[in-house]
Ligand binder design. Structure first.
Ligand SMILES: Cc1ncc(COP(=O)(O)O)c(C=O)c1O
Length: 398
């Protein structure tokens, strides 16, 4: 079937964080939300049909993961990611971020260190500091408009207290889809220093043209044994509200440690609708996903041309994956707070400002382009008008 991604759907009043919390978070009811990684597209039709059928049965008691659910995950990983997953490796978590938090609890003690690679998805920092573990930054390098990992810096920061490294693959917000060579180098260093790699691959299905995502654990048996891979259908099919993710742990010993913490918190039972949605999305959602990726690609072309022609001071860091685009606003010459004020108060667009992603994020902003093109256009024209007003003001000052 042909899906219509141009259709605008009014999400106000649907208890949506993106639409209903924007006013309280950003302080203005007319602000256009383009921040949190949540798409303004309905899920694939087979998912909607499966959920309707389940709703109509009318009984929503305690739920277990049926074999067909686990098989759907295994088939998706093999078909889409060339990754052979075994049934017992698949652990349930009510979300990837809760999963990361459980991992910190399971594998570290106070005084231990966890490495993250900023600028990076801000809950990575939060799950470490809220457990009162030590956070170590291994910042990405940004050279000639491209982000890479800084392996020399990483090696210097590894000491026996470092227990985990959080890998964001693909990387939110900079949009890198790491190559097999990069991942191999990272994985070898971590094995050598006894650091377990926690690969957050939640964006792994959102891969743009001519790019290839390599699943970390599929690189070698040694990598599988030294990694925990966080997956979910929530970014891929916009199902985050159904709170269903899978933490895939090939190593039996690591899995036992993780499972113990999950059970301590009584979190093993899934959400009734979450598992239904995952199974139908993984079994019947590929057609929707391919069309969705084409649409996102079109939005990216639109955004890039718009910036080049009308807002040339802002540079688009071309993403290789995800629907989140990292914008380099440093030529505007504003500090982080002034840039935030310009976007929120003048342009009335809600983006995730770069500084919240940690060191290296200052002067950047992140825009979510998984929305109908009409909304994207509106957001960009608001930004253009605000920046033009800023230029006039600056011109007047001179
Ligand atoms: C890298 C990354 N991990 C995790 C999440 C959220 O995962 P969940 O909603 O399953 O907790 C996001 C959402 O934007 C993300 O970008």
């Amino acid at each position: 079937m042909k899906y219509d991604f141009d259709k605008e759907i009014d999400r106000f009043g649907s208890a949506s964080i993106k639409w209903d919390e924007t006013e309280s978070l950003f302080g203005d009811k007319d602000i256009l939300p383009m921040w949190v990684a949540d798409m303004d597209f309905p899920a694939p039709q087979p998912v909607i049909e499966a959920l309707k059928k389940r709703v109509e049965q009318g009984i929503y008691g305690y739920t277990t993961r049926p074999q067909s659910y686990l098989e759907a995950i295994i088939e998706w990983m093999e078909q889409r990611h060339d990754w052979l997953v075994e049934r017992e490796w698949i652990c349930h978590s009510p979300g990837v971020v809760p999963g990361l938090s459980l991992i910190v609890e399971a594998f570290t003690e106070p005084g231990d260190k966890v490495i993250i690679q900023p600028p990076v998805y801000y809950p990575f920092k939060e799950v470490v500091v809220r457990h009162e573990r030590d956070l170590v930054y291994n910042p990405l390098k940004f050279e000639n408009g491209r982000y890479t990992m800084d392996f020399d810096d990483l090696v210097q920061k590894l000491d026996p207290d470092v227990k985990l490294l959080f890998l964001c693959s693909p990387h939110n917000p900079v949009g890198r889809v790491w190559t097999k060579e990069e991942l191999t180098k990272l994985g070898d260093i971590c094995i050598e220093h006894g650091v377990v790699v926690v690969a957050d691959e939640i964006h792994f299905d959102l891969i743009l043209k001519n790019q290839n995502h390599v699943n970390f654990a599929s690189i070698s048996k040694e990598f599988a044994n030294n990694s925990i891979v966080c997956t979910a259908p929530s970014k891929t099919f916009n199902l985050a509200g159904l709170q269903t993710s899978n933490i895939i742990i090939p190593n039996e010993k690591l899995r036992a440690v993780f499972t113990k913490v999950v059970e301590t918190h009584f979190l093993s039972h899934p959400n009734t609708f979450g598992i239904m949605a995952l199974e139908s999305a993984y079994r019947f959602g590929a057609e929707w996903l391919d069309q969705c990726l084409d649409y996102i690609e079109g939005n990216l072309e639109f955004l890039t041309a718009y910036m080049e022609n009308r807002i040339p001071k802002i540079k688009v860091i071309k993403p290789e994956g995800t629907y989140l685009v990292w914008l380099d606003c440093r030529e505007l010459g504003l500090n982080s707070k002034d840039l935030e004020r310009l976007m929120q108060k003048e342009a009335k667009v809600a983006f995730d400002e770069g500084y919240i992603f940690g060191p290296g994020g200052e002067g950047f902003t992140r825009i979510n382009i998984a929305c109908p093109r009409s909304i994207l256009k509106e957001g960009l024209s608001r930004m253009e008008a605000a920046i033009n007003r800023l230029s006039v003001l600056e011109g007047n000052k001179k």
